[in-house]
Design a binder for this molecule. Structure first.
Ligand SMILES: [Fe+2]
Length: 163
């Protein structure tokens, strides 16, 4: 590899910036993951069986993505955030504390997915500038998936189309 490039041939400076952005995504993903566990446990009421299972499906999926994001960060030769304190400090997703009703549980999950989509688009944009197809490919599937979750959860909430 030439000077100023890392082991996968990408510019070091750009890779470090992308790694930092991916770390922000990782932190948000971890808070979202813990929110999903919280609502999986705390959900009450007539929707319990539906939502308990649905939230488990989401956190199982998130767990896999989180590991992929951390390992992508390492592939870019950056250290992934790995403490609860760092996740809290670097996430903007609200924490799901003492949420029990179906609507408030679904709402916070939607907010989480929406925040992740926004960050994922920012990561894709940055990766594009760096010519990092590997990250773009990985993140593209997350965006589409999370967008679909937002649509379905909004349908569950009975939210109409804006137009
Ligand atoms: Fe469980």
């Amino acid at each position: 590899m030439t000077a100023n490039t890392n082991m996968i041939g990408l510019k070091e400076k750009g890779s470090n910036e992308l790694g930092a952005k991916l770390n922000e995504l990782l932190a948000n993903f971890q808070i979202h993951y813990q929110n999903l566990r919280a609502v999986h446990w705390n959900i009450r009421g007539r929707d319990f069986f539906d939502l308990h299972v649905k939230f488990e499906e989401y956190y199982t999926e998130a767990q896999l993505s989180i590991d992929e994001v951390a390992e992508r960060i390492l592939t870019l030769e950056v250290v992934p955030l790995h403490t609860f304190a760092d996740y809290q400090d670097n996430s903007s997703i609200p924490v799901a504390k003492n949420l029990f009703s179906s609507e408030e549980c679904v709402n916070i999950v939607v907010t989480g997915f929406q925040s992740l989509i926004k960050l994922e688009r920012e990561v894709i944009n940055l990766a594009g500038q760096l010519g990092d197809e590997g990250t773009i490919d990985m993140l593209g599937s997350y965006v589409a998936n999370h967008e679909k979750h937002v649509w379905m959860l909004n349908a569950w909430l009975g939210k109409p189309k804006k137009s």
